[in-house]
Design a protein around this ligand. Structure first.
Ligand SMILES: Nc1nc2c(ncn2[C@@H]2O[C@H](COP(=O)(O)OP(=O)(O)OP(=O)(O)O)[C@@H](O)[C@H]2O)c(=O)[nH]1
Ligand SMILES: [Mg+2]
Length: 614
């Protein structure tokens, strides 16, 4: 039997190729709202209405067959049949976003000009219709000289017709006048074709255009973005407090419960001091994490995220980065690991390396518990006027410090280690959409689950190991358990190094396990203070925040915060950096410079705060 024919889906990023691919083949993959998600090749089987089985490939989104990024290079090579170990596709399906027709027709012409059997999937006609765009597929067919099938990938509309067109595509050939055009000529032609195919445009379309004029305005745009982020950080504290308090009370109740049932023993201590105090101290930050991601998901789903990237482009260019770095850096606010992996869509190797190196400076969500516990303990819960909470303001400042730090580092790197010019940036702005409640809920649930799973696995394990190291060898009469323990001794050694920047032994003790996961800084402190307090009934009953207040000064707390703005990332980030840069050189460089920055920032913060009499 001969091999099945190969069908490839091509088109601009965000045209809905993956959605069509999923709908046609039943395969599953992540679908996000901004360009550049499909990095790898996906293929699956399907049977055409004619009964012919074919193999379908989902190619990365591209703007042109002249590749400007590794993803685009893959697409261009596969289409031309130059990809090693990969036969050329027999039929191409060009996927167009009907509501972005003019833009998408530019690349479509280039594909069609290849002369291969090709059909057009005019996708997202639902969104076009909703926007009041009435498109005439026949006019497009005439202009392009090939079959055009209207589809709605997410509603499975037009799939059968598309499959039929694919089966028939072998016989067709491109019309005259499409080959050998320059890019500019293609743009002009695209404009004319879109004009001819679009029959009417509605109020909604004009409304979106007007929204863009405000949100993308050179100076109003950034102010609105800044204001939005400001509100987001205010909300993280303001909304979370009742839930966090309830969770904290729950953990306290559990601890009392265990103490009531289990007789005093090391095992009971492990449960209360290690598991409940340690892991519990992290879990109480679940509401904050959920609120933070609520805002991020709304930004993504509404189409505002891409606008934010667009606004940031100029600032990025100022420090020698391209706007392409924005999405990876933004992902790093969740976690640096997906952020670093997302840099694969950056064309220029030095541009990409710079982005990888600064990604850990974006405040990942694992740092939120650390910030939150210190802020709640040391920054008074009061308003600085106009209903603006001081705590939210400090949190906002910490995030801004990370961003400013990253931009400053990029500026320096681009003039030294990763010298080079900034490259251009093309990005499509998706349509505005009201986020669907169901998608939001699923997204939030996934985030919450990731957080809880971390608490139940890595944070749990590290905390238990730390508890063991804190409890052995056992203290004799009159000795303090933490002082004589293995962990205590290691931390005492380390505190020689961190004393100059204002850290005490307990803080030093939290730094090492925090390399496994940042949240562990919180659980380590909680466990350490719980172990230290075993003999003191009063101290035992104190919440972590009160313990911190009793044992740290304000300058120490601020120095600790400054440390975590820059502190070298977790082990997994180092590992992924090693993988993405093919060696140890850059991860070591990254660790080195981050350690240096963290040390200087914490030290400067401490001494300035002390001098200021805080
Ligand atoms: N309303 C509507 N949304 C769609 C349609 N097709 C795709 N989408 C959505 O559009 C977004 C982008 O779709 P993808 O399938 O990821 O786009 P892609 O072409 O694979 O993008 P890249 O992989 O980045 O090149 C997703 O959020 C889809 O759910 C459609 O016909 N109608
Ligand atoms: Mg895709």
């Amino acid at each position: 039997m001969s091999k099945p024919r190969k069908i490839a889906l091509v088109g601009n990023p965000n045209a809905g190729k993956s959605a069509l691919f999923n709908a046609l083949t039943g395969a599953r993959q992540k679908i996000a709202n901004y360009p550049g998600v499909t990095v790898e090749r996906k293929s699956g089987r399907l049977v055409l209405p004619s009964g012919e089985p074919v193999e379908m490939t989902d190619l990365p989104g591209s703007y042109s067959l002249d590749p400007t990024s590794p993803d685009e290079a893959v697409t261009a090579k596969v289409i031309r049949g130059e990809f090693v170990g990969e036969s050329a596709p027999d039929v191409l399906v060009v996927v167009l976003d009907a509501s972005n027709l003019e833009q998408h027709l530019v690349f479509a012409q280039e594909i069609i000009a290849l002369g291969k059997p090709t059909v057009v999937a005019l996708n997202m006609v639902d969104l076009a219709e909703r926007d009041g765009l009435v498109i005439d597929p026949m006019a497009l067919e005439q202009a392009l000289g090939i079959k055009v099938v209207p589809t709605v990938a997410v509603r499975r509309r037009g799939l059968t017709e598309l499959a039929e067109a694919v089966a028939a595509a072998e016989m067709r050939h491109p019309g005259p006048g499409l080959t050998d055009l320059t890019m500019t000529e293609r743009r002009v032609a695209a404009h004319a074709m879109a004009d001819a195919a679009i029959l009417s445009e509605s109020k909604r379309h004009r409304l979106h255009a007007r929204l863009d004029r405000v949100l993308l305005h050179p100076w109003m745009g950034p102010i609105i973005l800044f204001a939005f982020l400001f509100v987001m950080f205010q909300a993280v504290f303001a909304w979370a407090t009742p839930f966090a308090d309830a969770l904290e009370a729950g953990v306290a109740l559990l601890t009392d419960g265990v103490k009531g049932i289990v007789p005093p023993s090391l095992a009971r201590d492990l449960l209360t001091e290690g598991v409940l105090a340690g892991v519990g101290s992290v879990v109480v930050f679940l509401p904050q994490i959920v609120i933070l991601f609520f805002f991020i998901l709304v930004m993504e789903a509404s189409g505002y995220m891409a606008r934010a990237a667009f606004l940031m482009d100029r600032m990025m260019a100022g420090v020698g980065l391209s706007g392409r770095s924005f999405i990876p850096l933004l992902s790093s606010f969740a976690c640096a690991i997906p952020g670093i992996m997302a840099t694969r869509s950056i064309t220029d190797p030095k541009d990409r390396l710079t982005t990888i190196l600064i990604a850990p400076l974006m405040t990942c969500s694992a740092r939120l518990p650390v910030y939150a516990v210190i802020i709640a303990a040391f920054i008074p819960q009061r308003s600085v006027g106009g209903g603006i909470g001081l705590q939210g303001l400090v949190l906002f400042a910490l995030y801004v410090a990370g961003i400013v730090g990253a931009m400053a580092v990029a500026l320096v790197l681009r003039r030294s280690v990763t010298k080079g010019a900034a490259s251009g940036f093309i990005m499509e702005l998706p349509k505005y959409q009201l986020p669907a409640a169901k998608d939001l809920l699923i997204g939030l649930w996934q985030r919450a689950w990731i957080f809880l799973r971390r608490a139940g696995t890595i944070i749990f394990m590290v905390t238990v190991v730390l508890w063991l190291l804190l409890n052995f060898p056992r203290a004799g009469r009159g000795e303090n358990q933490v002082d004589v323990s293995i962990a205590g001794r290691i931390a005492s050694g380390l505190s020689v190094v961190v004393e100059p920047i204002g850290f005490n032994r307990d803080m030093a003790l939290a730094l090492i396990p925090a390399m496994a996961a940042r949240e562990v800084a919180v659980s380590s402190l909680a466990t350490t203070y719980a172990v230290a307090a075993t003999d003191d009934e009063n101290a035992q009953a104190m919440a972590l925040g009160d313990q911190l207040k009793a044992k740290w000064t304000l300058p120490m707390a601020l120095a600790f915060l400054a440390w975590f703005v820059f502190a070298p990332q977790c082990m997994s980030t180092i590992a992924v950096t090693r993988r993405e840069t093919n060696g140890w050189k850059w991860p070591l460089f990254m660790m080195g410079y981050l350690f240096g920055l963290a040390y200087i920032a914490a030290g400067a913060t401490y001494w300035i705060a002390v001098e200021a009499g805080l």
